[in-house]
Design a protein. Structure first.
Length: 177
């Protein structure tokens, strides 16, 4: 697998994988994985896969202590101002910023109780899923609109004289009260 900042852990292209996977690192469900050369641009993910997955030996893999921190809670901490500020301090390099785990682990977090973290993490995951469903619906409607417009613009479909574009516009043509 590889990490894409917008998608999380995704399958790598076959031509990118090594033929010998023995050096690859195991990412258990709920563990974090990141490329130390791309962390500063948001390439970090929590594994949501039901089975262990493998990532490049160049990646850093770590888990939160489950007795202290909830992975669903922590996944939403990534991207906050505190996270970005710490990465700016923790990184080293002139052309490309590298962030080692030791530097990342120096971050001090004040977090609520584990029970509260789980509630917050569950709520944020539900919101994330809702946004994803809304985006999928929106993309479907865009595709439908594109297909309908194509049929109209190519002349495959024609509107007859009963079509009244003014009636389709809200508030246009309505009588004043």
């Amino acid at each position: 697998m590889g990490v894409l900042k917008s998608e999380g852990l995704v399958p790598m292209r076959a031509h990118v994988m090594a033929t010998d996977l023995r050096r690859y690192k195991v990412v258990p469900t709920g563990a974090f994985a990141y490329n130390p050369m791309r962390l500063n641009i948001g390439s970090i993910a929590v594994s949501e896969h039901s089975d262990n997955v493998l990532v490049s030996p160049d990646y850093i893999v770590f888990e939160a202590r489950r007795s202290v921190a909830d992975p669903n809670f922590l996944r939403f901490f990534v991207g906050t101002k505190k996270w970005r500020d710490h990465l700016a301090l923790a990184g080293s390099g002139s052309v490309r910023t590298r962030i080692y785990y030791d530097n990342l682990a120096e971050m001090v977090l004040r977090i609520p109780s584990l029970e509260e973290q789980r509630k917050i993490g569950t709520m944020l995951m539900a919101l994330k899923d809702d946004v994803a469903a809304s985006e999928a619906t929106l993309n479907g409607l865009r595709q439908q609109k594109r297909a309908l417009m194509q049929k109209l613009l190519t002349g495959e479909w024609r509107l007859d004289e009963r079509f009244d574009p003014v009636a389709l516009q809200p508030g246009v043509g309505e009588a004043a009260a």
